[in-house]
Design a protein around this ligand. Structure first.
Ligand code: FE
Ligand code: CA
Length: 523
C-alpha cells in the first residue's frame, strides 16, 4: 500500500495519525485531534430549512471514534454569507454516545429558495463551513433546478476524485445519492474487474472483516468519510440520501440476506446497519430506524417544477426470482405476487404520481427499470436479465408502467444507480414499442468498478439488441440534471481514471427530454 499514498490517502493518514504523532497537544476540550474529522453535511432541503449533520470522531477508526462515552454539547450556526459574518440562526445540539456522537439538526424558519452556510463548534474547535440550500416555497413558480445524482462508491475500487469535481459544480440544489455509500465486504487485496475480465489489485484497502455489528459499520462509514473529496462534496450541497444493498448486505431483500440466514437472525444485522446509516446520513428524525425497519421512502419538491418520489427498492421487495443473479430468466420473473416496492409503498407512489401538480415527476430509486437483455455473446440464444432489478419483478414494473401511461403522465423521469455504468434510455409499455412511460437515466458509480472503459466487451451487441437504450458507458462519474419547465437536460459525466490521483472529468453525453411524450433526445 505504501506505493498508493495518493493525496487523498495521505490526507486521510495525516488526519488519522495526528493524534498518535502529537500526544503532547491536548486541546482545551480534551480533543488531541480534529473532532470534525468526518466532516459536515446537510440534507433533505425544504422551503424553510434542511438537516445539518456532523459526527464527533477525533480518532475516526478507533472504537467510538476516539470519543469518551458521555454526551457532548455541539453548537451550530447558520449564516447568510459564506464566511458566516451574518449569523441568522444558531443553537445547541447534544452528541450522544448512543448514536456514535452523531448530530442531526432539523433547521426551520429560514427563507425559501436561497443558499445558506453553516458550521459546527465544540469548545474552541470549529468544523469546516458547509453550504446548504432551501427549496422554493410549496407550489411557487420555479424556473430552474440543477442537481446531481451519485452513488456506488467502493473505497477499494478507486479514489473519490469524481466527488472532488462534483464539489466544484456550480449552483447544485442537491445531490441525490442512490446508495452503496459503503460496501460491507471484508478487506481483500484484489477485486474483479468487469471491463478487463480479470482480478486486479484494489486501489485502497478496507479494514477488517465483513461488517456485521454496529461498531463494524460505524468504522466502515468513518473510513469512507476520511476521504477529503467525499467530505467536500457533502460540504458543497445538501444530499438526499437513500440506500441500496451494500449499506447492509449484497442483494438483500426485505428480511432475507444472500446467505440464507434465518430472517429473525438477519434482523439483528439489519438493525445495526440501519442505525449506522442513520448516524452517518443528514436525514430527518422520520428516517430514524425502529429496530430493523426504517422509513426511507419520502417526497421532496422544488416549487411547482419538480416532485421527487424517493423510493426504497430493498426493504419491502419479495425475494429475487430464479435464485437471483444476471442470467437467463425463469417463470418466477412473471410471478404476479412479486413486488419490488411492497404494496404500501406502491400505493403511496401511485397516489403521489396521480395527485402531483408539478411540471416534472422524478422517481429517484436504485435498480434499473428498463427491460434490458444483457446478452453479450453472439451465440447466446436466450435473453439474459439482471434478476435483482425490475426485470426480476415484471408484474411490479407492469403496474408502474400501466399507472403512468394510464394517467397519461408525460413528465416522468427515473434516476437510477446500482449498475456501475451510465445508461440512458426509455421505459415503454412494450420493450422499444408502445407508449412511453418514462425516460430513465442510470448513473454510473463514483468509484465502483475501477477505471473502466468507454464500452465493455460485447456491449455494442447489448446496445443493438435493445433499441430503447440510447447509451451505455463503463467509466466512473456522476450525472448532472438541469430542469426547466420546458426541458429536462441530463449531462452524463465520466472520469478518465480513478486509480491514480488527478483524474479528469468530461461530459460523455448530453440528453434532453421534453414533457410531451416524445421521449429521449440527444442534446
Ligand atoms: Fe454499487
Ligand atoms: Ca447495489
Amino acid at each position: 500500500m505504501a506505493s498508493l499514498l495518493t493525496p487523498t490517502r495521505r490526507a486521510a493518514l495525516l488526519t488519522l495519525g495526528a493524534g498518535l504523532a502529537a500526544p503532547a497537544l491536548v486541546r482545551a476540550q480534551g480533543f488531541r485531534t480534529d473532532p470534525f474529522s468526518l466532516g459536515v453535511a446537510s440534507g433533505d432541503p425544504a422551503p424553510d430549512g434542511f438537516v445539518l449533520w456532523t459526527r464527533l470522531a477525533p480518532e475516526p477508526l478507533e472504537p467510538h471514534g476516539g470519543m469518551t462515552l458521555r454526551p457532548v454539547t455541539v453548537s451550530w450556526e447558520i449564516g447568510s454569507d459564506e464566511t458566516l459574518r451574518t449569523v441568522v440562526q444558531k443553537g445547541d445540539a447534544i452528541a450522544r454516545p448512543e448514536l456514535g456522537h452523531a448530530v442531526h439538526v432539523e433547521v426551520a424558519g429560514l427563507q425559501p429558495d436561497r443558499p445558506y452556510w453553516y458550521r459546527f463548534n465544540v469548545g474552541p474547535e470549529r468544523s469546516q463551513i458547509g453550504r446548504a440550500r432551501t427549496t422554493p416555497a410549496v407550489g411557487a413558480p420555479a424556473r430552474q433546478l440543477r442537481f446531481a445524482v451519485a452513488g456506488c462508491q467502493a473505497y477499494t475500487d478507486g479514489l473519490f476524485t469524481a466527488y472532488g469535481h462534483l464539489a466544484q459544480e456550480p449552483e447544485l440544489a442537491f445531490v441525490y445519492h442512490y446508495g452503496d455509500y459503503i460496501y460491507e465486504g471484508r478487506d481483500n487485496p484484489t477485486r474483479w474487474d468487469w471491463s478487463r475480465r480479470r482480478t486486479q489489485p484494489v486501489v485502497r484497502r478496507h479494514m477488517g472483516q465483513e461488517c456485521y455489528t454496529l461498531e463494524d459499520y460505524r468504522r466502515r462509514y468513518a473510513l469512507y468519510k476520511t476521504d477529503v473529496d467525499l467530505r467536500n462534496a457533502h460540504a458543497a450541497a445538501p444530499f438526499i440520501a437513500s440506500w441500496d444493498d451494500h449499506e447492509i448486505d449484497n442483494n438483500w431483500a426485505s428480511a432475507l440476506d444472500q446467505d440464507g440466514t434465518p430472517p429473525e437472525v438477519f434482523a439483528f444485522r439489519k438493525a445495526a446497519a440501519m442505525q449506522a446509516w442513520y448516524e452517518h446520513m443528514p436525514v430527518r428524525a422520520a428516517q430514524r430506524p425502529r429496530g430493523d425497519s426504517l422509513q426511507l421512502h419520502r417526497r421532496l419538491a422544488w416549487g411547482d417544477l419538480l416532485s421527487a418520489h424517493l423510493l426504497d427498492t430493498r426493504q419491502y421487495r419479495t425475494n429475487q426470482p430464479c435464485g437471483d443473479g444476471v442470467k437467463t430468466g425463469c417463470p418466477g420473473q412473471d410471478d404476479p405476487a412479486a413486488t419490488l416496492t411492497g404494496a404500501a409503498q406502491e400505493r403511496w407512489l401511485f397516489d403521489g404520481l396521480s395527485s402531483s401538480r408539478a411540471r416534472w415527476n422524478l422517481l429517484a430509486q436504485q435498480v434499473m427499470v428498463m427491460p434490458l437483455d444483457r446478452r453479450t455473446e453472439p451465440e447466446a440464444t436466450e435473453p439474459v436479465w439482471n434478476l435483482d432489478s425490475w426485470s426480476g419483478y415484471r408484474a411490479s414494473r407492469k403496474r408502474l408502467v400501466d399507472h403512468i401511461t394510464g394517467r397519461k403522465l408525460r413528465n416522468v423521469v427515473i434516476a437510477t444507480g446500482d449498475e456501475h455504468q451510465h445508461y440512458a434510455g426509455e421505459v415503454r409499455t412494450r420493450g422499444a414499442e408502445g407508449d412511453l412511460a418514462a425516460v430513465e437515466f442510470v448513473s454510473t458509480s463514483i468509484s465502483s468498478g475501477g477505471d473502466g472503459v468507454n464500452i465493455r466487451p460485447g456491449w455494442d451487441r447489448v446496445l443493438a439488441a435493445n433499441p430503447f437504450l440510447k447509451l451505455v458507458n463503463d467509466q466512473r462519474g456522476y450525472t448532472v440534471h438541469e430542469v426547466t419547465p420546458d426541458a429536462w437536460r441530463a449531462d452524463l459525466k465520466v472520469m478518465d481514471r480513478v486509480s491514480t490521483p488527478g483524474g479528469a472529468l468530461a461530459s460523455r453525453a448530453r440528453f434532453a427530454v421534453a414533457p410531451d411524450g416524445r421521449g429521449l433526445q440527444t442534446a
